[in-house]
Design a protein around this ligand. Structure first.
Ligand SMILES: [Zn+2]
Length: 278
């Protein structure tokens, strides 16, 4: 499979879900072996932040990347998932603030805008990471693993029963399932009972019912707009996993299994996997 970039640049504007500020991004085509790189255009220098798992500097409620000079960009996961899900290995993302806009809380708008200009196949092959032996990480009851398989698939279970939400396990298979339709539209979600804690800790000041699906204690949606899928939360968790695993900078051939895994475990998994000799 060949590396791809976008055929021409795409610009988007929106608010940051955590800082509440408007910011603009411009996604530009990039040469082979460039990878996905963020550039903070509001900073004078030392502003380049590669989308690499080693640069993950925060995993609370989103994935944050920082470079060695302390420049950071957060909420990268939905854009990274869109790029990875569409098979884009090379792009430069200019951003004029420290957060990628949340837009509608999913990857759908990124996918739509990227596909409106189209993709360009390049001449070099994609870098492949074939899982040869199982790597597993855990944190309390939560865990995730990557095991050998002949394709890239993600199998996730979650337990939101305490939050009044029933969830059945869900799977996504790369190249077999349509990322744009099955995963990209699934929005960020939260629970009404957590809103006070989140706001007190200065997260999600830009969140609203426009970009977050909110469930009450009975598991009912308080947004006026209906769920896009009956199991939208677990699909969004898979979207986040795709964004986080994209930071490996490889096309993964292996099987991801997880239980309640999130940004922190995903990063621990890549660190363990890529720190592994074989
Ligand atoms: Zn997310």
């Amino acid at each position: 499979m060949l590396q791809k970039t976008i055929a021409s640049s795409v610009s988007l504007e929106g608010i940051g879900v955590h800082n509440g500020k408007t910011c603009c991004i411009k996604i530009l085509p990039a040469p082979e072996d460039h990878g996905i790189i963020f550039a903070r255009t509001d900073l004078d220098g030392n502003n380049i932040i590669p989308a690499n798992y080693k640069n993950v500097s925060g995993t609370t409620m989103c994935t944050m990347l920082s470079n060695e000079f302390g420049a950071s960009v957060s909420v990268v996961e939905h854009l990274c998932a869109a790029l990875y899900g569409l098979g884009v290995s090379n792009a430069l993302v200019n951003v004029d603030g420290n957060e990628i806009p949340i837009l509608d809380g999913s990857s759908e708008i990124f996918v739509r805008e990227i596909m409106s200009v189209g993709l360009k196949e390049q001449s070099k092959a994609q870098k492949i990471l074939k899982i040869e032996e199982t790597v597993r990480v855990e944190n309390g009851k939560k865990w995730s693993s990557l095991s050998p398989a002949d394709r890239f698939e993600i199998n996730l279970s979650c337990d939101f029963t305490k939050k009044g939400l029933k969830t059945t396990p869900f799977s996504y298979v790369f190249f077999q399932d349509d990322f744009s339709r099955k995963i990209a539209p699934a929005r960020t979600f939260g629970f009404l009972e957590d809103v006070e804690y989140i706001r007190k800790n200065n997260f999600a000041s830009g969140s609203s019912l426009e970009n977050t699906v909110v469930f009450d204690s009975q598991g009912c949606v308080i947004n006026e707009s209906p769920l896009r899928f009956e199991n939208e939360p677990i699909r969004h968790k898979i979207l986040d996993i795709i964004g986080d695993l994209s930071l490996s900078q490889y096309l993964i051939i292996g099987r991801y299994d997880g239980f309640c895994s999130g940004h922190e475990l995903n990063n621990m998994l890549l660190k363990k996997l890529l720190g592994h000799k074989s």
